[in-house]
Design a protein around this ligand. Structure first.
Ligand code: ZN
Length: 285
């Protein structure tokens, strides 16, 4: 076709990391019975997601009755069960408040398990009906714990102010480069899950930042496609979205990962295995 050579080349063609967020910090509401709800289910689902192509798994813990928790013992059960398999992916443990309002050191006890990565929520926001408290003094303390343990913070930014906070903490020397950021869009109380918001937040990132973007609910897939097109990395999983298609519940985390592996292949971005993902993130494992 005349003029075809003039088509702008894709913005990105390098390898892409697929991350899977296995279960979240919201109490299980029964809307998707496939959501993992206890240590064994969470670990098994994480290993399945890894087998399906996720180089990184993002883990929240739950008590035996499904209540979200920051308990080191519950995290240990999950991590031990995963490490007892042939899993060689990257563990990313959550330091969220597990649905509570705490901003104390119990939030990041899971760093003791020496994951390669853990989430670092870079600012306070309304999170649904509750306040997710991440004041600056807490963020400085938590960053010190990450540095001591040699764990990479995945800096979760739920709105543009959180990115500005991350860059301020970088300038203070609290957050060390290289920075890894997760743009989380679509949380009620954070930035809406629109492409316009993704473009805006993405535009605030320094070039050298390695970034993922994820969207909650129906914004999951559009934001995956945005990241795929723009050189970002991908996060899917039942934590963020219960559905596969509108009105059709996802059967498993692995099913959501498999879709992204197919889409990445179609767009010419090879899916990174765990070691390639470590290289892309400059993890020193
Ligand atoms: Zn999470």
């Amino acid at each position: 076709m005349p003029g075809q050579d003039a088509i702008t080349p894709p913005a990105a063609d390098g390898p892409v990391i697929v991350q899977c967020a296995i279960t979240g910090s919201q109490p299980a509401d029964g809307r998707n019975p496939n959501l993992p709800r206890n240590s064994n289910e969470i670990a098994d689902s994480a290993v399945e997601a890894w087998r399906a192509g996720a180089a990184m798994v993002h883990i929240h813990a739950r008590e035996a009755d499904g209540t979200p928790t920051s308990s080191l013992e519950r995290f240990r059960e999950i991590v031990d069960r995963i490490r007892a398999t042939e899993f060689d992916g990257i563990l990313n443990l959550s330091t969220s408040s597990a649905g509570g309002i705490t901003d104390g050191p119990e939030r990041y006890e899971c760093l003791e398990l020496e994951p390669e990565v853990a989430s670092y929520d870079c600012g306070t926001l309304n999170f649904g009906e509750r306040i997710f408290a991440n004041p600056l003094p807490f963020l400085r303390e938590m960053a010190a714990a990450f540095r001591e343990r040699g764990v990479r913070p995945e800096i979760e930014c739920f709105e543009p102010g959180h990115i500005a906070t991350a860059l301020r903490l970088r300038d203070e020397g609290v957050l060390e480069e290289p920075l890894t950021m997760q743009l989380v869009l679509g949380v009620v109380g954070g930035s809406p899950g629109t492409l316009e918001q993704a473009v805006h937040m993405h535009s605030m990132l320094p070039d050298e930042v390695t970034w993922f973007a994820c969207g909650i609910g129906r914004s999951q897939l559009p934001l995956n496609l945005y990241s795929l097109s723009m050189g970002g990395h991908l996060r899917t999983g039942l934590e963020d979205n219960y559905y596969y298609h509108r009105g059709e519940l996802a059967q498993s985390n692995a099913q959501l990962v498999e879709r992204l592996v197919r889409l990445a292949g179609e767009t010419g971005r090879p899916v990174a295995g765990p070691d390639e993902a470590r290289r892309l993130l400059s993890l020193s494992a």
